[in-house]
Design a protein around this ligand. Structure first.
Ligand code: PHE
Length: 459
């Protein structure tokens, strides 16, 4: 353990794992997915998936990581199941793909910070112009990748722990204040209604798989990020409480982001279906309404904190392939960080170009039966988040329940949680990874592939 480094304190692990979970997924992606997925019905399904499926998978991932003290691929081998390495490799690949576009969006958030500092609230009306400016967004993406490289090369405990502890609480306080302000705006009620009053007729196959993909993405699950973080956790840690806290924190912050966003969106008369540009189009106008001085202050603080939230997530995304390369190919950590980061940046170039700069990547693929083309970045999201993560989650659950076996999982959890066996949580986690997760996840995976790639809509 000492040679790989580890978290120095209990709160350090929780803060870092929560830092991984809380990011653009909560504040940028969740609101626009809810907006496109029809509102409250999506929210309910997302919450159900998070608690029923994701929480047990999270406990399992952390336990596998702590037991083996390995990267996702090495972990399966270390447990004696060499063939299952493929699941870890799938996770490493998912991490690479996700970071390739996530870094671009993180660059946008950072770019908006710069715009807000300059008092340029008009940028909200020209989000497309902003993302098409390759030199600018490319530059921001480079800055962001460099910041990630800097933290990851310092090693897990030194870099990641410290940043998460201070910045996350600040972001939460700021969002609470903004949510309260949102309630006072005209038409706030309409936004709240959209967000909280469910219309169950809106539940379709895409809503199911989008909510599932969102839950896994937001909780950083299904690709071994938490196997990797778990590998740095002390045996004294109670994994179950840690996972419960992380799940609760992540879900609450996403929920809060929605409470803030929908009143804002409706008060500005914008459509909730605005997609990836939703927060970028909506928020500048809101900050402007605060008056020039307060507007610049709140606007720049918000996008700066959002950038930090994104940074604690990009760090965990880069850590997965880096831990893999360091452990499995015995490469020195610093070198591994640079090589992996450069490769991921290059893979991210089409995503960088896919929001206006290149019409080829902006209209990359047209699904069967779809009326308009999907851009490259969204397409990669469909593959990596919506397909790989739930599939990875299913395989991790199946692995733990049927191959590694429950008593081994329980034994690992018992360290740090004496008396775990026989508790209600133990039964719940067991039931979820043995039955619920495999059936629901594989079921939805099949529906997703049929729906999206073959145009077959079963309901
Ligand atoms: N959970 C992060 C977010 O919500 C994204 C992420 C996904 C990080 C998967 C690590 C692994 O922004």
């Amino acid at each position: 353990m000492a040679s790989r480094g580890g978290f120095t304190s209990r709160i350090g692990f929780i803060a870092a794992a929560a830092g991984s979970a809380v990011g653009l997924g909560n504040i940028w992606k969740f609101p626009f997915e809810v907006g496109q997925g029809g509102g409250a019905a999506f929210v309910i399904i997302y919450l159900a998936f998070a608690f029923i499926l994701c929480f047990p998978v999270m406990v399992t991932e952390i336990a596998i990581g702590r037991k083996t003290q390995k990267n996702p691929a090495g972990a399966f081998t270390a447990l004696g199941f060499k063939k299952w390495r493929i699941v870890g490799l799938l996770g490493v690949l998912a991490g690479v793909l996700i970071l390739s576009f996530y870094n671009v969006v993180a660059g946008w958030a950072f770019g908006y910070f710069i715009e807000m500092v300059q008092g340029n609230f008009e940028i909200g009306k020209d989000f497309g112009g902003f993302t098409s400016d390759v030199v600018k967004v490319g530059g921001y993406a480079i800055v962001f990748m460099l910041a990630t490289v800097f933290i990851v090369s310092k090693g897990i405990a030194g870099g990641i722990e410290k940043a998460s502890k201070i910045l996350m609480p600040t972001l939460i306080i700021m969002m609470l204040a903004l949510a309260i302000y949102a309630f006072t705006l005209p038409n706030a009620g309409k936004g709240i209604e959209f967000y909280l009053v469910p219309d169950f007729s809106k539940i379709t196959i895409p809503v199911l798989y989008k909510a599932l993909g969102q839950a896994f993405f937001s909780l950083s699950l299904g690709m071994g990020a938490l196997i990797t973080y778990g590998s740095y956790v002390s045996k004294k840690e109670n994994i179950v409480t840690a996972a419960a806290l992380i799940t609760l924190a992540d879900v609450s912050i996403a929920f809060l982001a929605g409470l803030m966003m929908f009143p804002f969106v409706f008060s500005q008369g914008l459509p909730p279906t605005g997609g990836p540009g939703l927060i970028f189009a909506t928020l500048p106008g809101i900050f402007e309404s605060l008056g020039p001085v307060l507007g610049i202050f709140v606007g720049s603080a918000f996008f700066l904190l959002l950038s930090f939230a994104a940074l604690t997530s990009t760090v965990s995304l880069l850590e997965v392939p880096v831990a893999y390369v360091v452990d499995e190919h015995k490469v020195n950590r610093k070198l591994a960080v640079w090589i992996v980061a450069i490769i991921i940046f290059i893979i991210g170039i089409p995503s960088l170009l896919s929001n206006g700069a290149s019409s080829f990547f902006s209209n990359f693929i047209t699904y069967i039966g779809a009326d308009k083309a999907t851009d490259f970045m969204t397409f990669i999201g469909h593959i990596a988040n919506d397909s790989f993560l739930p599939l990875g989650g299913a395989l991790i659950a199946i692995f733990a329940a049927y191959f590694w076996k429950k008593h081994n999982l329980n034994e690992e959890i018992e360290q740090g949680f004496p008396g775990f066996k026989g508790t209600f949580v133990e039964k719940f986690i067991d039931f979820s990874i043995t039955y619920l997760a495999p059936v629901i996840l594989i079921g939805i995976f099949i529906l997703t592939v049929l729906d999206r790639f073959f145009g077959i809509h079963l309901f």
